[in-house]
Structures are given as structure tokens and as C-alpha cells.
Design a protein around this ligand. Sequence first.
Ligand SMILES: Cc1cc2nc3c(=O)[nH]c(=O)nc-3n(C[C@H](O)[C@H](O)[C@H](O)COP(=O)(O)OP(=O)(O)OC[C@H]3O[C@@H](n4cnc5c(N)ncnc54)[C@H](O)[C@@H]3O)c2cc1C
Length: 352
Amino acid sequence: MKEKVKYIIVGQGLVGTWMSYHLEQAGLSYKVINDPNIKSATSVASGVINPVTGRRIVQTWMIETILPYAITAYQKIAQQLNIEIIKASPVISIHPSQQMSESFDYRLHHDNVYLYKQDPSKWDVFFESPFGIGAINNCYWIDLNTMISNWKNILIQKQNYLAAHFEMSDVTFLEDGILWNNIHAERIIFCDGINSMNNPYFKALPFAPNKGEALIIKVPGLNNEHIYKNSVTVVPWKDDLFWVGSSYEWEFNHTAPTPAFKEKMIQGLNQFLKLPYEIVDHIVGIRPANTQRRPFIGVHPIHKQLAICNGMGTKGCSLAPYFTNELFHLLEHDTPVEPEASLKRFDSILSN
Ligand SMILES: Cc1cc2nc3c(=O)[nH]c(=O)nc-3n(C[C@H](O)[C@H](O)[C@H](O)COP(=O)(O)OP(=O)(O)OC[C@H]3O[C@@H](n4cnc5c(N)ncnc54)[C@H](O)[C@@H]3O)c2cc1C
């Protein structure tokens, strides 16, 4: 017998989780199809939201709108799941060079919203800090793996989750939607990360996958209320484990961990961390990035049964709650998506 739902969501990484959350809140019917054998970017991400970026420490795109939305959204889902997901975690910036220290000081006195100074003596036991220490406020840490696994349990309880591999070639297009594996849906929403690059209907989008590696280390005695940044970033993971990363590789010929990355992180850590540490894991993920550094949110210009929410790149934690909601409002209320993120900007290339 055929099952009928309004939406099929492909993927339950960060984006598929938020997409299904909005549909669930609205009481709509949906099924999430997720292949657990495909490693998601979300599962290796450090989960940091930082309102500033780059060597010049400038505010990130749309942060004044996106950050308050994201904070409330993570708090709401945490409340619903009855777990802690979001934690305010200032970034302690242990400047790795005189140049970085000067850059920080410059921003501190020009258009500064988030930066403040730290007394280095407070951190003497933990870090070498010959170039001084600054701090960044309004940064948050999201416990992504806890959130994804708890939300998956809700989806399973509600019979809205299917562990399966989705192939576009198994889809039959109908007048009023699509048919996949005996599931009839009005629309499919692709939240499948880098897999969308292989989708015949979306592969023309300017995807630019980006490989990122990280080490998981054990550092007994290091305070896990903060994120630490030197030439490497150290982020609380769980208990006395910390995530250390990362690399940003646009060109790569395999997706395995590399000894060169591990060596670079060890050198970086030894330069500033005074506490002993032990490496317990080395992980890798591929960020669904793109050449425009803006998300892809919308409906296919010809095949209206197909929608996509993708291209979160390095900033999924802050972008995903907001832009899945934008897609939800487009699909349900025909509300236009923020033009810089809208799929409409690719209408001509997707129509060929
Ligand atoms: C090392 C690293 C560190 C990062 N750190 C941060 C950070 O600190 N802050 C931040 O904001 N972002 C960070 N990111 C980026 C962040 O991980 C991504 O922006 C975000 O996770 C993308 O989520 P997604 O749901 O689009 O993709 P994914 O997390 O990759 O999820 C895609 C899902 O689709 C499923 N899927 C794929 N194909 C199929 C198929 N054919 N059938 C069924 N299911 C399928 C997969 O199983 C997966 O569950 C980091 C990324 C990496 C790699």
C-alpha cells in the first residue's frame, strides 16, 4: 500500500534536522530518508557559531538577523528534547603572532561589537601567550551530535524516519508530486549535503566541496566553558575531550585523514598549550560549500516537485535554522527567500 506524505526530506544532517523540525512544528506530514552509511559533515563539525570571521575579524554575513534567530531556535529544540544543546562559549583568542595581535587591537577600536581584552595572567597556567590575549563575545557552541541523535529518536518514534539510500533514478514524477519506494509526496526537499552535487536536477549549481580534518584530544584540566583560538582552534567536544582543527581544502584527491594535518595540529598545540594532552581520534568531513559562499534555498524552476536547502559551507550552525525556516515559508506561504540565498539566482542555469 502506498504511503502519502506532503514532503520527503533527503538527509538528516544539520539541515535535514532543522527542515523536519519546522515541518513538525507546523503539523505537516513528512518522511526523512537518511543513509547512515554516508558520513555527514555535521558529525565532524566543531559546532561553533562565531559572529566574526577572517584575519580582519569582520562581522559575518547577515549575523545580526541570523544569530538571534539561531539562539532562540536551538533553545526551543533543546527544550523540546529536554537536553542541553546550545552553550554561550566566548572565544579566547591567544594571538599567535604580533600581526594577529595588532589586527585584533585595530578591530577593538574600529566598528567593534564583539571583541574585548583579556588579562593574560588569568590564562598563564594553560597557555603561552607572548602576543597577548583577546576574547570574542556572542559565540556559541552547539552540541551537534547530541542534537542530531535525539532528534532522530523523535523522528523514529513518530514513524517519520527511514534509514535508506535515496536515488533520484528511483523517483517517478506524477501530476501531483512524486513517487519513491511506494511513498507518494507532493515534494522532495534535498538536504543531502555534498550528495546534491550528483543530483541530475541540481548538479549545475556552483558547488565547491571543502575537506576539513580535525583531531579529538583529551586534555584533563582544561576549562570547557570556552573556545580557544591560536594557530589552531580548540573546541569543547564532550567531557574532557576537545576538538582541534581545522583544514580548509578546496583541492583534494581522497577523503581520508592525513598524517600532514595531524603533524600540523601537534605543532600548533605544542606552541601554546601548556597542559599535557592525548590524541584519541582523527576525523574528516566534507563541507557542502560553494563558490558564492551563500546558501541554495528554493524550488527547481521547472520541476516544482523538487526543492533544495544546501550550500551552508563553513557556517551551517548559524545558517541552517534560519534558512530552513525561509524554505518552509516559501513552500507553505509563497514568501520570497532572501535574494542572496535564493535558488532563483540560478533559474537560467537550472532550466537548461
Ligand atoms: C571539519 C569541519 C568542521 C566544521 N565546523 C563547523 C563549525 O564549527 N560551525 C559551523 O557552523 N559549521 C561547521 N562546519 C560546517 C557544517 O558541518 C556544515 O555547514 C553542515 O553540517 C552542513 O549540513 P548539511 O545537513 O547540509 O550536510 P550533512 O551534514 O553532510 O548532511 C547530509 C545528510 O544527508 C545524508 N545523505 C546524503 N546523501 C544521501 C542519500 N543519497 N540518501 C539518503 N541520505 C543521504 C547523509 O547521510 C547526511 O546525514 C564544519 C565542517 C567540517 C567538515
